[in-house]
Design a protein. Structure first.
Length: 151
């Protein structure tokens, strides 16, 4: 069954794969404006008892903001508690960079494409990521960085 959920600039299309997985494509922009709805929609897609894995395809996602990443992590945590799995099977450059810099990609089983690790750099701990983000924002509180800043 093919379905689509559209929330402004974020679109969520999904279909069932075999007897246990659901394939989800996110397209557009995922950010603070739609993170809560994204989390609700993905939790609803995981609610069926037969779903053991959610395969996320982020190749059509132009932007992955921190709030949307937090929503994905919350869905993953809830799924894990129920014995389910959330996997990022593919990601466009901007979301892949966010996943790599935050080290969240590893939690979703996502590995950067060959050569992307040199573009993104390596971040060993969340603390070094925080220091890096502060240095980019001018060292003070405030400022914002989006995935588009790394292009």
């Amino acid at each position: 069954m093919d379905e689509a959920i559209s929330r402004g600039v974020l679109r969520c299309d999904y279909y069932d794969v075999g007897l246990s997985a659901r394939y989800v494509t996110l397209s557009g922009e995922a950010d603070l404006a739609n993170a809560d709805q994204l989390e609700r929609d993905l939790r609803r897609l995981m609610a069926d008892s037969w779903v053991t894995r959610l395969d996320l395809d982020l190749t059509a996602l132009r932007h992955l903001g921190c709030a949307a990443l937090a929503a994905l992590l919350a869905v993953r945590e809830a799924a894990s508690a129920r014995g389910q799995e959330v996997v990022v099977i593919a990601a466009a450059v901007a979301p892949a960079r966010v996943l790599a810099l935050s080290a969240a990609g590893e939690l979703f089983g996502h590995r950067p494409a060959p050569g992307h690790d040199r573009q993104v750099g390596s971040v060993s701990t969340p603390h070094s990521l925080d220091a890096w983000l502060v240095s980019l924002s001018g060292g003070g509180a405030g400022g914002a960085i989006s995935a588009n800043d790394w292009r």
